[in-house]
Design a protein around this ligand. Structure first.
Ligand SMILES: Nc1ncnc2c1ncn2[C@@H]1O[C@H](COP(=O)(O)OP(=O)(O)OP(=O)(O)O)[C@@H](O)[C@H]1O
Ligand SMILES: [Mg+2]
Length: 147
């Protein structure tokens, strides 16, 4: 019998950095279900954490009343994570490169760069009520479910 496809798992919480730990409980379990190695799972989780922190800090300006919605969609060949906030978003291609000499000593501006290193796709979608960061991690064939 083939395994049933996994449905998207969605969590909505207030803008409060403490909720990142709560989302991690669900996210890391899901990564294990998808057969990601422990090391890959840790790196993917760190990237997701950066994305949620950005949604709370930059998108929702740390306003506790505003919601952040995180949706994990496990697919046969990839994991998609969507992180939605209520802000205007940002052009990810226009951000300064943190590795240029003039930026090396700046303490900020590394989150998006790290996400791009770990994930196979990083994109920002803007819509009427806010913006959504879309992260995609491909699964190696050894991590994919049997057909
Ligand atoms: N969800 C978002 N909504 C609006 N702007 C964003 C969002 N995510 C990122 N940005 C913008 O992109 C910039 C770069 O984000 P990045 O995570 O790389 O750095 P940072 O958050 O400033 O610092 P850190 O290295 O601590 O993550 C931010 O400073 C912010 O201006
Ligand atoms: Mg950041």
């Amino acid at each position: 019998m083939t395994a049933a496809p996994l449905l998207p798992v969605s969590l909505t919480c207030n803008t409060d950095l403490r909720f990142i730990d709560l989302i991690q409980v669900v996210g890391s379990e899901l990564l294990k279900h998808m057969n990601f190695s422990h090391e890959d799972g840790e790196r993917v989780w760190l990237a997701i954490q950066e994305g949620i922190a950005n949604a709370m800090r930059h998108g929702n300006k740390l306003d506790k009343r505003k919601p952040v919605e995180v949706t994990f969609t496990p697919l046969a060949n990839r994991l998609e994570i969507r992180i939605k906030d209520t802000g205007a978003g940002v052009d990810l291609d226009a951000l300064p490169n943190p590795n240029l000499p003039e930026n090396l000593l700046k303490p900020c501006g590394r989150g998006v760069f790290f996400m791009k290193q770990v994930m196979d796709q990083v994109a920002m979608e803007s819509h009427a009520q806010g913006s959504t960061l879309v992260l995609v991690k491909l699964r190696r064939s050894s991590e994919q479910p049997e057909a």
